[in-house]
Design a binder for this molecule. Sequence first.
Ligand SMILES: *[C@@H]1O[C@H](CO)[C@@H](O)[C@H](O)[C@H]1NC(C)=O
Ligand SMILES: *[C@@H]1O[C@H](CO)[C@@H](O)[C@H](O)[C@H]1NC(C)=O
Ligand SMILES: *[C@@H]1O[C@H](CO)[C@@H](O)[C@H](O)[C@H]1NC(C)=O
Ligand SMILES: *[C@@H]1O[C@H](CO)[C@@H](O)[C@H](O)[C@H]1NC(C)=O
Ligand SMILES: *[C@@H]1O[C@H](CO)[C@@H](O)[C@H](O)[C@H]1NC(C)=O
Ligand SMILES: *[C@@H]1O[C@H](CO)[C@@H](O)[C@H](O)[C@H]1NC(C)=O
Ligand SMILES: *[C@@H]1O[C@H](CO)[C@@H](O)[C@H](O)[C@H]1NC(C)=O
Ligand SMILES: *[C@@H]1O[C@H](CO)[C@@H](O)[C@H](O)[C@H]1NC(C)=O
Length: 424
Amino acid sequence: MKSIAFSSRWLSLSLLILLTSVSAIPHNIPRLGVFDHKSLRDPSDTIPAFVWEDLETYFYNQTLDHFNYNPPSYATFKQRYVINSKYWGGANESAPIFVYLGAEAPIDGDIQFIGFLPENAPNFKALIVYIEHRFYGQSVPLGPVKENQGYFSSAQAIADYAEEVSESCYETIKQSWSVIDEVASQPNGLSILSQRFNTCSPLSDSFELKEYLDGLYSGAAQYDRPPRYPVTVVCGGIDGAPNGTDILGRIFAGVVAARVNRSCYINEHYNYSDDPYGDWDWQTCSEMVIPIGRGSNDTMFFAWPFNLTSFTEDCISSYGVPPRPHWVTTYYGGHDIKAVLQRFASNIIFSNGLRDPYSCAGVLQDISESVVAVYTVNGSHCLDILPTDKSDPQWLTDQRNTEVRIIQGWIDQYYADLLSSSKH
Ligand SMILES: *[C@@H]1O[C@H](CO)[C@@H](O)[C@H](O)[C@H]1NC(C)=O
Ligand SMILES: *[C@@H]1O[C@H](CO)[C@@H](O)[C@H](O)[C@H]1NC(C)=O
Ligand SMILES: *[C@@H]1O[C@H](CO)[C@@H](O)[C@H](O)[C@H]1NC(C)=O
Ligand SMILES: *[C@@H]1O[C@H](CO)[C@@H](O)[C@H](O)[C@H]1NC(C)=O
Ligand SMILES: *[C@@H]1O[C@H](CO)[C@@H](O)[C@H](O)[C@H]1NC(C)=O
Ligand SMILES: *[C@@H]1O[C@H](CO)[C@@H](O)[C@H](O)[C@H]1NC(C)=O
Ligand SMILES: *[C@@H]1O[C@H](CO)[C@@H](O)[C@H](O)[C@H]1NC(C)=O
Ligand SMILES: *[C@@H]1O[C@H](CO)[C@@H](O)[C@H](O)[C@H]1NC(C)=O
């Protein structure tokens, strides 16, 4: 999901990116980041090294609390922003500014994956500004949000995923959850599973393994993109195992295919205090309550219904606060996005790839003349804003060209409006 919005005089183009990757506590809310930060990343996804040379980093004294007039609210913190002025035509040329509003991650992590801006800035003579989201990376006001006690989690209900997966792969994964539980219940079951999966330390329960696999599969689905198509890679491993391989062996073959050469897999030692993404959990426990869950029949995954009561209990124990599940729709009007946006918004592209499970909550129909949906059937999460590549399929190139054409139309319209109002 993403939206592009314009503001007035300076024609700033904002890519408001809401994205994902795998991880999470206290429930299984997948991230909204541009890339899957744990695995399955394609080397071709990053922008060329020379683009980095054009970047300059600055810090802004940002107000800590914009909505309160008590003295402590006037405190400031350093907010990082990064500028690329190489292509900037200057204010005299009425050139636009492309602004990237940071996602739930450090800004430098995202810059390397956002090809859309540096690739299009030359034609638009645009200035590019990347602004880091507060509480991430180097824009942390009050020290990191309290660390989480919970366990690794991940995943989501991915009904659409099933269609992309081959029948045998699907069946194998579906059966694996019960096989894992069954093995785990035997004496020495956990140590058998630890050996079969070449884990980094003994499993403490079978849930740990299931959760890991759940994260791997949902990450593959969300970022299922060319040229590698992670779902194809994982299923290739599962279906390609030698005849006679049992279910656990096939599942492990899928892990190896995805993660390639490692000395061990699953429950790799993970240092939470090193986690630059940890604050996503705080966000999901405060205002971004995303009620993702799944029943026993919905998907190939083990059942994990969303339960607000237990979710709330988890948030209280992790952060000392209950979430506010209805605040976002109260504030932004998302309860009826069409009714709200058709009168109160302009110049937004809702871009989606339907392979991305999050696209089921995306805007897939035009809402007004300038609030439009541009999606691809085989696209994945944030695919269109990644750097272009020789191997890109035509439908991806077409999607990007459509977006550029729409944006150029906004700019032309803006100056036409300006001209006609100055004549009066
Ligand atoms: C930002 O704040 C620092 C003190 O924290 C101050 O030294 C600096 O002059 C401020 N910068 C601007 C541009 O106001
Ligand atoms: C922009 O236009 C103003 C007024 O015409 C002029 O004084 C200024 O030098 C111009 N700036 C640049 C960078 O061309
Ligand atoms: C497994 O056996 C079937 C026939 O029984 C064969 O078609 C298939 O290619 C074999 N698969 C592998 C991976 O050896
Ligand atoms: C896999 O590991 C072996 C031995 O450590 C190494 O020689 C090989 O280059 C690795 N392959 C890849 C694709 O990383
Ligand atoms: C975890 O990360 C923190 C912060 O970077 C560091 O101080 C600590 O030593 C790390 N712990 C381990 C076990 O690596
Ligand atoms: C799952 O599906 C089966 C077959 O359609 C149905 O009989 C069963 O009641 C369903 N179970 C749940 C929990 O919905
Ligand atoms: C939801 O969670 C609460 C608290 O853990 C539990 O008591 C309740 O049974 C759960 N509801 C369902 C439908 O599982
Ligand atoms: C999407 O991919 C599938 C499988 O590769 C292919 O059969 C289908 O034609 C593609 N659809 C579009 C619209 O590109």
